[in-house]
Design a protein around this ligand. Structure first.
Ligand code: 6PG
Length: 510
């Protein structure tokens, strides 16, 4: 018989990279953890790391490895709190059903921390009502974030949140309340007890996973934008990976300061242990994806909320995977040869590109925030955008200094219809747009694909256009499908139709 011990604070099911590190983070912060994984080896590895780190911990705390789900739920006092860290999709329901069989009760709380599709989360909350409270909390920050402070996006039953909140506030990343700068911890046992926690109750069921999905859409765009800058500097300016790494390192000291620029610099400066060449040159140019960026793009299309930079980032990954077709077409289709640049021209491109990257970054975050606003309206969620921008300042993958400016923009005006309307961003975009165009033109004229930088610029130009050619489009629709049009000189909403094919219609003479 498994040994029955004093009750534990929380159960963690799934001890893969994320689950194990979340559990160790909880332990660092003084919570007693009962842990279980189908794979007994993972349970042993968790316990062994728990033992190894014992001396560095500030709290006296217990961790228990469980042999079964029954064993795990016996360790928890009611209402039981259990965190799932299992792959999104069927495994979540698999564990939920197994927990029902093991005797979970209606007041118990199960928190799904995977990258679940938000509509699945909405369904699950309904499905398990009466059997237990299905709560969700999206997690961002990867392995290191989970271990030393992730960004946590919880949503669902508010009573369940009261129970989860103390743990979430303790284990999440922290930022200095005054400056908004991350208060980082990097070693086992270390904890940060001051500052703002990078977690906040996001809203009703599914809201947290929706917000995390959009975070990932922005992540895709951010990553692709950086890759395009690398491509321009490498192909267009003839710079080595190490040189570009240094440029990124410099950019990271300024307004582009962000985790993704920082790690991109590291990746570019890394030597391949086998060939001693830059490792990035030895990595195959085919990008993978698990689907969250695609979900964001699909949602934006469904809601009629444009997020072209995010959609282009998804397509860019898809095109990258068609390597053999690209290889065939590389010798069949003409492009433009790049010419050697003077040092002065090269520096000019680097400067313009820095502005372009910053502007395109603003555009992609603006797309994400507008998308969340539209989804919130449709779903009846009351999303607090200043809070969302605030919790993204540390712990998550898209953490960036400029999220402080987004926070301030929404603090000044909570119902801001679009980030471009914020004075600070409107001013910066207006000042930098010429550089953005120059950098984009340089890429286009040199045949370097920049789907995200270019689409973000088109997005900017579209939104600053008082008139767009959609008048002609409405004419076309009415011509072939009698879809009607509105007139600029008549009341809004009144529909008109012309019999375009009629012989008698009037034509303008030149
Ligand atoms: C995070 C990340 C994390 C992961 C995504 C994206 O916020 O910690 O977004 O969730 O990196 O799954 O993965 P893909 O690039 O494979 O889609």
């Amino acid at each position: 018989m498994p040994e029955k011990t004093q009750q534990m604070d929380i159960g963690v099911i799934g001890l893969g990279v994320m689950g194990k590190n979340l559990a160790l983070n909880m332990v660092d912060n003084g919570f007693n953890v009962a842990a279980y994984d189908l794979d007994a080896l993972k349970v042993r590895q968790f316990l062994s790391q728990f033992d190894t780190e014992a001396d560095s911990r500030k709290h006296s705390v217990r961790a228990l490895g469980c042999e079964s789900l029954n064993h795990l739920i016996e360790q928890l006092s009611s209402p039981k709190l259990i965190v799932l860290s299992v792959p999104a999709g069927a495994p979540v329901d698999g564990v939920c059903h197994a927990l029902i069989e093991a005797g979970i009760e209606s007041e118990d709380i199960i928190v799904d921390t995977g990258n679940s599709l938000w509509t699945d989360t909405v369904e699950r909350e309904k499905r398990y009502k009466g059997q237990f409270t299905f709560f969700s909390s999206a997690v961002s920050g990867g392995e290191t974030g989970a271990r030393f402070g992730p960004c946590l996006m919880p949503s669902g039953d508010e009573k369940a949140w009261q129970r989860v909140a103390p743990i979430w506030q303790a284990i999440s990343a922290k930022v200095d309340s005054e400056t908004g700068l991350p208060l980082e911890r990097t070693s086992a046992g270390e904890i940060v007890e001051t500052g703002d926690s990078c977690t906040t109750y996001i809203g009703g069921a599914g809201a947290g996973h929706y917000v995390k999905m959009v975070h990932n859409g922005i992540e895709y765009a951010d990553m692709q934008l950086i890759c395009e800058a690398y491509h321009i500097l490498s192909k267009g300016c003839g710079m080595s990976a190490t040189e570009i790494g240094k440029v990124f390192e410099k950019w990271n000291q300024g307004r582009l300061n962000s985790y993704l620029v920082e790690i991109s610099a590291d990746v570019l400066k890394q030597a391949d242990p086998e060939t001693q060449r830059p490792l990035v040159e030895m990595i195959l140019d085919k990008a993978g994806q698990k689907g969250t960026g695609l979900w964001t793009a699909v949602s934006s299309l469904q809601l009629g909320c444009p997020a072209p930079t995010i959609a282009e980032a998804v397509s860019a990954r898809a095109i990258s995977t068609q390597k053999s077709l690209r290889v065939s077409l590389s010798t069949k289709l003409a492009g433009q040869d790049t010419t050697e640049l003077s040092l002065e021209s090269k520096q000019q491109i680097i400067n313009q590109l820095e502005s372009a990257l910053y502007c395109a970054k603003i555009a992609s975050y603006a797309q994400g925030f507008q998308l969340m606003a539209m989804a919130a309206k449709e779903q009846g969620w009351r999303l607090e955008f200043a809070e969302i921008a605030k919790i993204w300042r540390a712990g998550c993958i898209i953490r960036a200094s400029f999220l402080q400016s987004i926070t301030e923009a929404y603090q000044q005006q909570g119902d801001l219809a679009h980030l471009f309307l914020a004075d600070s961003f409107a001013k910066q975009l207006s000042e930098l747009q010429t550089d953005w165009r120059q950098a984009t033109s340089f890429a286009v004229l040199n045949g370097i694909p920049t789907p995200c930088i270019s689409s973000a610029l088109a997005y900017y130009d579209s939104f600053r256009s008082e008139t767009l050619p959609a008048n002609l489009l409405q004419g076309q629709r009415d011509y072939f499908g009698a879809h009607t049009y509105e007139r600029i000189d008549k009341e809004a909403g009144k529909k008109f139709h012309l019999e375009w094919s009629s012989q008698s219609r009037e034509q303008l003479e030149l």
